[in-house]
Write a protein that binds this ligand. Structure first.
Ligand code: S3P
Length: 432
């Protein structure tokens, strides 16, 4: 078990490029596998989650070669080129890997089994199993299919198109249904209560498919061929950049440039929240890569004040709420975060785990059923904290330690490898 020891920082400075976007890396290897032709993916996240997805794709009979750091070459075989895996597909810690692949596998004419680690097998799978069953797949699992392991007998030629009203704003649910819908005769539609990240829609278009968006609904016609386009460049992950954005906004004397960050509007809630708290953030050199907006982000220290974070901005900042809680803990005034009950079913119950851990550092936090109330203090105190097996909790606590008095120890930080290999090195380079 690895511990991370964090001393107070005198300022976060310099330039950095975080590793590739996790959401895009999962999708890139999955869509490249069912496209016709070879795709070279650059900027692929070499984290445990995305490497597990690449391994699962290999087990489906697709050649995925590592050509260099973050460079994968995928020999796509078209929509119907996958083959029955001879073993169980283990997605480790990754909800995205499991849910997206479940959607893909529900459309095949073969049998497969998906499992994960002790955290993933506790996370809700009924939200994808029910609609995928309605599309014709036969799926079993623990608790009647509510929990993994999941055994999937794909619907093959009998995939039925579905019009689905999702009770949650979840890109994983939306993407699972769309992936299965690619195998249906007819149009599949998913409508959400709030718009979730739209990487699947953009990547389908990148591979030449047509996707319709109307309000909060997304529709895709099945049996459209996907075509490889050569190189697919993945930008750095804004969810990883977020730790440095908050660090620079909370440690006096900071001034950093984070390069080549994906700034898809469905992901930039962290920027909007920090700006509403008074942060000094500018987006430089805006450009586009593989249908995704990209920019360099400069952040300079400015004392933050409280904000209210709720409604549409929640799905746009869902993975960043733990680090937003850290920002709020040192901002002036009382921050209120609501409408974020989804946090309770992430890698850990992030409402409970972040509240418990930042309280150890002296933060004044009240847990709500769907969020947090945090009253900021001038500085937090160093403490010994736990990751709860959650990469984003571990990294949020490390950031909290940079702006605290005294030393902070974050225990059990090996989970950071799931999404941000090299985090400690980058932090030490820019924070000291
Ligand atoms: C993701 C969607 C989000 C997010 C997760 C990645 C994706 O989950 O929390 O880290 O890549 O589709 P939900 O779709 O369950 O909200």
């Amino acid at each position: 078990m690895a511990d991370l020891v964090i001393d107070p920082s005198k300022g976060i400075t310099g330039e950095l490029t975080p590793p590739g976007d996790k959401s895009l890396s999962h999708r890139a290897v999955i869509f490249a596998a069912i496209a016709e032709g070879r795709t070279e993916i650059t900027g692929f996240l070499p984290g445990e989650d995305t490497l597990n997805t690449a391994k699962a794709v290999r087990m489906l009979g697709i050649t995925v070669e590592e050509k260099g750091p973050g460079i994968l070459s995928v020999q796509g075989k078209g929509l119907n080129g996958l083959s029955e895996p001879s073993g169980v597909l283990d997605l480790g810690n990754s909800g995205t890997g499991m849910r997206l692949l479940a959607g893909l596998l529900a459309g095949q004419d073969f049998f497969s089994v998906l499992t994960g680690d002790q955290y993933l097998v506790k996370r809700p799978m009924g939200r994808i199993v029910e609609p995928l069953r309605a599309m014709g797949a036969v799926i079993d699992g623990r608790s009647g299919g509510k929990l993994a392991p999941l055994a999937i007998r794909g619907a093959g030629r009998n995939v039925k198109p579905l019009s689905f009203q999702s009770p949650v704003a979840s890109a994983q649910v939306k993407s699972a249904i769309i992936l299965c819908g690619l195998y249906a005769d007819g149009v599949t539609t998913v409508t959400e209560p709030h718009k979730s990240r739209d990487h699947t829609e953009r990547m389908l278009r990148f591979f030449g498919a047509s996707v319709k968006e109307e309000g909060l609904g997304v529709s895709v016609r099945g049996k459209q061929p996907l075509r490889a386009r050569g190189t697919l460049e993945i930008p750095a992950d804004i969810s990883s950049a977020a730790f440095f954005m908050v660090a620079a906004s909370t440690v006096p004397g900071s001034d950093i440039l984070i390069r080549n960050v994906g700034v898809n509007p469905t992901r930039t809630g962290i920027i909007d929240v920090l700006v509403s708290m008074g942060a000094d953030i500018s987006l430089l050199a805006p450009r586009e890569q593989a249908g995704e907006p990209v920019a360099d982000i400069r952040i300079r220290y400015r004392r933050l004040h409280a904000a209210t974070v709720k409604g549409d901005i929640i799905p746009r900042s869902i993975d960043e709420i733990p680090v937003i809680a850290v920002a709020a803990a040192t901002a002036s005034g009382k921050t209120i975060i609501k409408d974020a009950a989804e946090l309770r079913v992430k890698e850990s119950d992030r409402i409970a785990t972040i509240a418990t851990e930042i309280r150890k550092m002296g933060a004044v936090v009240n847990e709500l059923p769907d969020g947090l109330e945090i009253t900021g203090r001038e500085r937090l105190d160093g403490a010994t904290c736990e990751s709860h097996g959650d990469h984003r909790i571990a990294m949020s606590l490390a950031v909290a330690g940079l702006a605290a008095t005294g030393q902070t120890v974050v225990r059990d930080t090996e989970w950071i490898e799931t999404s941000f290999p090299g985090f400690e090195r980058m932090l030490r380079q820019s924070a000291y």
